[in-house]
Structures are given as C-alpha cells and as structure tokens.
Design a binder for this molecule. Structure first.
Ligand SMILES: [Zn+2]
Length: 345
C-alpha cells in the first residue's frame, strides 16, 4: 500500500471513530484529555477495528520518517520516585521503535512515570496491526493514545513509549503510571483471538519486563476488585477494569492465568541461573582499553569508576544479566562486565 493511500485510510478510519460515539474511549475524549489527571486518554488502536494491515515499512520509507529520538538507549535511566531511586531500562527484544508523543502528564510538566513498575496490563489491538502501523497510530498526537509495547501477528515487538515513561493506554492514569502496557495484535471481533507467534512473544516480553523490573512473580486474579486493589500480590490488570470495553477480549482474558504460569516458569528458570557457579575469589585482567565499574551488575547502574587495560583485579561474586556475566570487585568497589576481561589465575 502506498503511503498516501495508507494515510487516507487512517484518516477515514479516524472519522469513523469520531462518528461512532459508542466507543468508550472516543466519546467525549477531547474534553477529557484536557483534564489534568490525563484520565481516559483512550482513543486507541482498537478504535481502528477492522483495519486491514497492508502497510509496508520499506515501501513507505519508514526510516525517513523516524526521528533521531527514536534511537533510545537500552542502558536505562535512574529516577527518584517518592524518595526512592528506581532504575528503568527497555526491552532488548524490541525490533521496531517509534516513540509516541502521547505520554506522561504534559499538563503538569511531568516528563516520566511517577510510580515504579509493578504491574502488567495486556491489551488487544482489535485488529491485526503490524508493529509499524501501531507505531504510526500512536505517533499521531491527535490519537491521544499509546502503549509501552506492541506485538504483531508475526510476533514482532515494537516500542512506542519507553518504560521510564507512562503510556496513555488503560483509561486510568494511576494504572498506567505503575504498569507496563502491551498492545497485542488480535482479530477484530470477540473473542479477539491472538496468533500463536504473538502469544509466544508476549510471554517472552512479559518475562523480560518482570526480570528487569524485579517483579519476581506474576499473579492473576479473575476478581476485578482484587486486581484493581492489587490484593494478594495480584499484579496484572486489564483495560475492562477501568473502562466499559471488552479489551483485552475474551481470548486473552481467559488466558491471563496461563500467561502468568508460563512467565513464572521462565522467571524461576532465570533466577536459578542468576548466580553462576564459580570458585571465588579469582583474578582477572582487563582486556578492553577502558571498562566501567558500576554500582550494580548491569548497565542500568551508575558508573562509579573506570579501570584500564592490563590492570588486574579480584572477583568475589558473579551475576548473570541478560546473558552477560558481571563480576563483583573486591572491597565493594563495584561490578564490571566480564566480557572485557580474562582470567589470569
Ligand atoms: Zn485496551
């Protein structure tokens, strides 16, 4: 499909959306977005129900449209939230990034999320949109909608709002401030079935989000009040908790327990390999010209000092982070990535 045809189709669908006042997120949306809380910022991809996805990013020269700001760092950011330092990063599973302007709370000049990530909210797109099309929908300021991640029918993962930022996804600012929101491509009508490839990617992505944000276990409840109040360790919510909509559709809703189970199996497996079996202490020599020493194991931690090629240090502990092994230096100096070193003992 050519770009002009694509844009015409999108604007036609937008008109349909605006005319169809029955959509919970559409009707009265304009007035609601002017409210300071940012509630109900919810004209979302699922209002484009029925869109046949024919958008070809190569043909439409997608890269030319993306800005430099789409080149986000996976290294992460540290924010101070309620007096606590919280590190944020983004998933390395992302294949397409197109950052949406629809995020945070511009009315109050708040430029990041205001709560640490402790919740997962999975949505359905109500259409088989590719990660590219979904990014285009959310790139439109007038859509007043976004999600942190999107997954398409082929299992590709897109990022539209970095994890440090609050997306406009679930019709509830408190939820979106604490949740990572994920739009999953689905059929366009109930039960909004999701392809196997998308489902598998969803599990991998959620496990990755939990691991990086220290969510040890994913817990689902079929009781709405339990979900909303985060009782009994429940840390999954759904869009229908906050708005009069079907989202995430009965297909995903009935599988939330299965998603939690599969994610928890991955988390358990990863936890058991976190501490690498080695004999401590041992000596290493720095191979790279310079290597950063960080406060913790992983690039999301602050740099405390740097060490130089040829210098020799003692490692007293190891940790595996995103398949790379980090070593702790003696005397609590900090952690270094062991890929830049060689054993010398
Ligand atoms: Zn939704």
């Amino acid at each position: 499909m050519t770009k002009s045809l694509f844009l015409r189709l999108m604007s036609a669908l937008l008109c349909v959306c605006l005319l169809a006042g029955t959509f919970a997120g559409c009707s009265g949306n304009k007035a609601k977005t002017d409210t300071p809380s940012g509630e109900a910022l919810d004209v979302r991809a699922d209002e484009y129900a029925g869109l046949v996805d024919g958008y070809d990013p190569e043909e439409d020269n997608l890269d030319a449209e993306r800005s430099a700001s789409d080149e986000v760092s996976l290294a992460g950011t540290v924010l101070t939230l309620n007096g606590e330092k919280v590190s944020f990063s983004n998933s390395s599973l992302v294949e397409h990034t197109r950052l949406s302007p629809n995020k945070n709370d511009p009315e109050h000049n708040i430029t990041h999320r205001t709560h640490k990530i402790d919740t997962i909210t999975i949505h359905c797109m109500a259409g088989q949109l590719s990660v590219y099309t979904c990014g285009n929908v959310f790139a439109d300021k007038d859509a007043k909608a976004s999600s942190n991640y999107g997954i398409d029918k082929d299992g590709r993962i897109g990022m539209y709002v970095e994890e440090k930022d609050r997306s406009w996804c679930s019709s509830n600012s408190a939820n979106d401030n604490r949740a990572v929101t994920i739009e999953v491509a689905s059929d366009s009508s109930e039960p909004y079935k999701v392809n196997d490839a998308a489902y598998k990617s969803l599990i991998r992505l959620v496990a990755d989000i939990c691991q990086r944000n220290n969510i040890e276990r994913l817990t689902w409840s079929t009781d709405k009040a339990t979900r909303i109040q985060h009782k009994d360790g429940v840390n999954m919510t759904v869009h229908r908790d906050f708005a009069n909509k079907s989202c995430p559709g009965d297909y995903l809703y009935s599988r939330m327990g299965d998603i939690a189970k599969k994610v928890n199996a991955i988390l358990k497996q990863k936890a058991s390999t976190t501490t690498v079996k080695s004999e401590f202490p041992y000596m290493i020599k720095i191979k790279a010209k310079m290597t950063d020493v960080r406060k913790g194991a992983g690039t999301e931690y602050d740099i405390v000092t740097t060490v130089k090629k040829g210098e020799v240090y003692t490692i007293v502990e190891e940790q595996k982070v995103n398949s790379e092994t980090w070593g702790k230096l003696k005397n609590d100096v900090g952690w270094i990535n062991l890929k830049d070193t060689e054993r010398v003992d």
